[in-house]
Design a protein. Structure first.
Length: 188
């Protein structure tokens, strides 16, 4: 077992920890700038995030409201330069910086074409992927009847573990672009 997984808590355990439901938990995530890390079908939060959620819970128990809570966590979207970090209070800790680095690693952006390359490989290999993997590749969950995504068809297949399985097929004869049609009309 590696040290990264030891310092994480499943999000499903937090509802009972704070005595709240799922919607309230995600509202707290938003107020505290906590972003769960998704691994397959499960989500986890770091030890630093738990500390921030505990601080929020204590604040709410004293009569505070979510909209007025001041989180110590700066959302990654707001970190545009080193000056942003320098403007933070002097109590920036190593744990906070580790949390920022961890979020940057797990939320790194891929090339827009990467999803098509991955779908191409899945199609060529004939792999059946679970719903969570398809969602990780294209950003949306396929529904019961399947989905057409670009020049790929995503078709429901067998089950993979507890999830529906999906087969990816590349459509034969992907449509020509409108530019090619216009060029043909001009040349005629």
């Amino acid at each position: 077992m590696n040290s990264i997984s030891i310092n994480r808590t499943p999000t499903k355990d937090l509802m009972s920890r704070y005595g709240i439901g799922r919607t309230a938990l995600y509202e707290r995530f938003k107020a505290a700038h906590v972003k769960p890390i998704k691994e397959g079908t499960r989500s986890h939060v770091s030890h630093q995030d738990i500390e921030e959620l505990d601080r929020l819970d204590a604040y709410l128990k004293t009569g505070g409201v979510l909209s007025e809570f001041r989180s110590k966590i700066v959302p990654i979207e707001e970190i545009s330069s080193i000056e942003t970090l320098l403007d933070e209070p002097a109590n920036i800790t190593t744990n906070w910086l580790m949390s920022v680095v961890e979020r940057l690693i797990f939320t790194s952006k891929k090339s827009p074409l990467e999803q098509y390359r991955e779908l191409e490989e899945v199609s060529q290999q004939g792999w059946i992927l679970p719903t969570s993997d398809i969602e990780a590749i294209i950003g949306i969950k396929p529904r019961i009847l399947g989905l057409t995504y670009g020049s790929f068809q995503i078709i429901r297949s067998l089950k993979v573990g507890r999830e529906a399985g999906w087969l990816v097929k590349k459509k034969a004869g992907a449509p020509k672009s409108r530019v090619n049609d216009l060029m043909e009309e001009i040349s005629n």
